[in-house]
Design a protein around this ligand. Sequence first.
Ligand code: HSE
Length: 322
Amino acid sequence: MQLGADHVRVRVPATSANLGPGFDAMGLALARYDVLEVRALGNGDVVVDVEGEGAGEVPGDEQHLVVRALRAALDLVGAPQTGLHLTATNAIPHGRGLGSSAAAVVAGIVAARALVADPAALDDATVLRLATEFEGHPDNAAPAILGGATIAWTTTVEGAHAVRLDVHPDIEATVLVPTVRLATSRARGVLPETVPHADAALNAGRAALLVEALTRSPQHLFDATEDRLHQEYRAGVMSASWELVRALRAEGLAATISGAGPTVLLLGRVEDRDRADVVLRDLLHGSDQWRAYRPGIDQGGVRSERVLGSTGLPEPSPRQVR
Ligand code: HSE
């Protein structure tokens, strides 16, 4: 397949995975974005300019995650490799459990989709499967692609799948981002091989309830975000975050660790915001160790466009993942 454009722009949301009981399955897209521009160069050069999160830290060459994902997507559809100039303006914090690596992978693949002559060859289902090969689990990639809340699962034969849920309009998300970072590999390394049957049973029920709470009955968010499979096991590698989750939950607030941490996610109803703010002020005491955001829930997932002057037509937006 040939390229159909030489200059594209991609906007990809932050995501919060797990949401308590939905380990490696549930996710939520947040309206905080990395924005990338990719230009195909006539030569074989790779130029990477990063502003914002990750600037001066991430690789500036072929090893950059966006470049690797973009190249894998071009290979998948038989498109030619090309020199690249990547400009990334990043707002998703790195190493905090807000899906920065899934965002980079999804953005790279979707940039490839916008560059090639037949974008339908990289529909959302294909983007999710390829992104999951990079990530190892689909729970951040799914909401980054689809927006809203998502349930993702993997089958042996076909790989990753996802469905999107419309989040109830009364629900809002607050994220409490610590200054410290934590590698996902470290947070996964402390998980046990087996868990008690009663804990697995509790999580299954709570994950089912979470779907109802997120979409129709937000009054059940507190019970629906209870988890016994991962958060407490990880307390030793993110003690301040786990303490904050416990303190918020002791006040009846639906707090969880965001993804593999150490960010804390608080889900709540708009009508409970003032009370949540009082509790947060009391617990954080103006601490400079945490930054609080209420980013809003992203509804549409990753977006791409061909930049004016680029060749070809605007990219169609195939949305269905099966
Ligand atoms: N479900 C994953 C975990 C999310 O908790 O390890 C991190 O990418």
